[in-house]
Design a protein around this ligand. Sequence first.
Ligand code: ADP
Length: 396
Amino acid sequence: MTPPRCVLTLNSGSSSLKFAVYPIGASEPVLKGKAERIGLEGGLFQAVDAEGAQMAHEQRPLLDHAAALQRVLECARGAAQHSLVAVGHRVVRGGAEDADPQPVTPALLSRIRELIPYLPEHLPHQVAAIEAVERFDSSLTQVVCFDTAFHRTLPRIAQLYALPRDLLNDGILRYGFHGLSYEYVIGEFARLAGETAAHGRVVIAHLGNGCSMAAIRDGRSIDTTMGFTPTGGLMMSSRSGDLDPGVVVYLLEQKGFSAAELSDILNRRSGLAGVSGGSSDMRDLFAREATDPQAAEAIALFCYQARKFLGALAAVLGGLDALIFTAGIGENVPEIRRRICDGMGHLGLALDSRANDGNAPLISSKDASVSIRVIPTNEELMIARHTVSVISRMTR
Ligand code: ADP
């Protein structure tokens, strides 16, 4: 019997690389895993098969993304009596003309490379992953899926910053991110609640290590909290979110921080980690909340900001029909959902506390006018679907 043809999905972060192997047409992976602490001490490579059985658990140095990727490819091939035909990458942003998922070509890769100065936290690793796959096996078709694509429907007014015209013309605009997650979640919402519901006024709160919220109407993104880079908007595990721009000028001019130090402060030492003075992990913060006022303040600020952005996005939508929570915190932490929804009765939000405590799919109370849902995100499956449709278009 010929082995099923498979695609490998890659989602590269600054020090991690998530991957999954999907047989074409399947919605469950036959293998998935993560390389963590790439380039740092304590590298970890893990993979599980379709049944959740451990295929790899290795504490080993992962010198750089290329080394991690080599291990991922070995593991994917080892698990695959399956033949790997394509690799799909999550790429944070493409050029002005690049929105839809598309095959990697030298021209596309050079357009993405040109954007590295705009997105130095994310793009270098993603470009490195594409280059490494090409080096290891040039017979694999590579497809890129842009995380900004879902937000290309943002009205011009939602894209603009109040900056000098020449800077706007240079492309300093709101692009928005987490697009693969939003696309998956709104598709699931349509599947679960029907097309009519998914065409209503919807806010999705993607609360993971990175956090953002999006206002969606008629299934299209009309505003979102992240902007020019994924550092903006709602505070995150270690990113600051929105700031008075004067803070940045002050830190540069008066405190003498270099651009690299500033980036480190805003991307790695702020957010929950910064305000708590310790952990960036919501689980740790809850464990310390009762005894540590800084941890308590970090959680309180997170929920306060989420409420404020929810109100702003509801204003943009002209009201709210559905609020959907997703990603690590959104899917797993009832107490955060409760604190965000508390006091939002004026928008029609009311939780069913038992359903919320149980992370049920529908957590709003029966008589509430806004449905509140928990929908687990699946960026990997979204990448796999896009990759399969690109390669099938190519072979048609
Ligand atoms: P990433 O953006 O890296 O994919 P995740 O979506 O996995 O991140 O979200 C990570 C965050 O979710 C962390 O703050 C983690 O503490 C939190 N989280 C995940 N599961 C739980 C849980 N069961 N209880 C509390 N917090 C959780």
